[in-house]
Design a protein around this ligand. Sequence first.
Ligand code: SAH
Length: 243
Amino acid sequence: MDRLPFNGDRWQSSLQWQPTDAQQQRFQQLYEAILAANRQINLTRITTSEDFWEKHLWDSLQGVAPWLSDPQAAELKVVDIGTGGGFPGLPVALVFPHWAIALMDATRKKIAALEFVCESLGIANVSFLPQRAEQVAHQPTHREAYDLALLRAVGPVNTCAEYALPLLKMEGQAILYRGQWTAEEEDGLTAILPRLGGKLLEVRSQTTPLTQGVRHNVMLTKVERTPDKFPRLPGIPAKTPLV
Ligand code: SAH
């Protein structure tokens, strides 16, 4: 099995943070467990050690950069919507052991694979939601229950906003992990956010350290309660994003 690169200088110069040796060991265990699970069910196409480091570990953690300067400071309730192979949720769970992270995905088999991975690695600060965001967000135990929602590669930005905002507490935040980001997308998003009780906080940009890819993190916050009719019925937010 390949060793993941440590890349301490790359972490440091991009995020002003770097993993401890113990965290690096956990990353290596995660890499091996995800690749093993990937032989049973398609979780990720990113499998080389360099790609895994940059596109899964580094990328997952760059989205929560505002919290890396003091990982113990907050105890957040987090939901990773459309976690797939566990990204960004699992690297975040390893670096923020005081956070409680719900891994949500519509594909039950992916969540079952992640349960096995977390069980075998003893990752205890995670829970599992094998359901669609449109359903979870109407359940009283989950609606307005989260401090932070993370979404990477789950669809158009307005679809992501409709999934995330109902799940957030007042003043909670959502981080939408995006690649390219255009003025049109930003205008389209700011036009619909008031209907969901949301507000655009900021858009942070990053360059991936090994291949110089473009990343944008769109940070939303909840300023008013989301009307009960959102999210709409399963499938609708993706098929017909709010305009
Ligand atoms: N976040 C991961 C996976 C992205 S692929 C990563 O960046 O690597 C998108 C995932 O979102 C898929 O696993 C799909 O099953 C899930 N998904 C899509 N729509 C969803 C919804 N409405 N609710 C929950 N999960 C959803």
